[in-house]
Design a protein around this ligand. Structure first.
Ligand code: IMP
Ligand code: MG
Length: 182
């Protein structure tokens, strides 16, 4: 295990089980009902999760990415959302979008993005998160697809970072507090 990790919260087997389950739920809900199912990954944290879903879906989704910023480099949210990289389609009104996120904390990023995508004219907007920290919500937000509910601890790995580190770990772990207290 990485020396900065206090404990593993979600191991590789559980990530495999959870992503299989969510892919099954999306297959069931959109199978035969969507001309343009679009997985919209929020960079960079959603990348490993998105790749798992792409492999496991039997539907053949289209792929887009967006980049937004809400966090600085630390463990606290700044509260305001900025779009750094947007996506464009001539046929957005035909797109059933499933936004793919690594973790929901305050809920501000996804509630802002859902509103933004609806205003852009998407046919439908759903949300999918690998992790959820409901105890940290500042705005009402419930994802349509959710992997694992986690306690209020700062987690890294499988896409999630602290100051751009730890994203490549194959599991999700709790960071030792002394790492970010430095
Ligand atoms: P929200 O807008 O507060 O829901 O923020 C969601 C974003 O905050 C996620 O996409 C992550 O980038 C970041 N975030 C929230 N909690 C954690 C954590 O425990 N580890 C790493 N990033 C986190
Ligand atoms: Mg993120």
């Amino acid at each position: 295990m990485n020396k900065d990790i206090l404990k593993v919260l979600v191991d590789e087997q559980e990530i495999d089980r959870v992503t299989t389950r969510i892919a099954g739920e999306i297959d069931r809900d959109f199978g035969g009902k969507s001309e343009h199912l679009v997985l919209l990954g929020i960079l960079k944290g959603s990348l490993p999760f998105m790749a798992e879903l792409m492999k496991k879906l039997t539907l053949n989704p289209e792929i887009e990415v967006m980049k937004v910023s809400s966090y600085g480099t630390g463990t606290k949210t700044s509260g305001s959302i900025k779009i750094i990289l947007d996506w464009q389609r001539p046929n957005i009104e035909e797109c059933d979008i499933v936004v793919v996120e690594d973790i929901i904390d305050s809920g501000r990023t996804l509630s802002y993005l859902c509103e933004y995508l609806k205003q852009k004219g998407a046919k439908s907007v759903h949300t999918c998160t690998l992790l959820d920290k409901p105890s940290r919500r500042e705005v009402d937000f419930v994802p349509d697809y959710c992997g694992v509910t986690v306690p209020d601890e700062f987690v890294v790995g499988f896409g999630l970072d602290y100051a751009e580190k730890y994203r490549a770990l194959p599991y999700i772990g709790v960071l030792k507090p002394e790492v970010y207290a430095k």
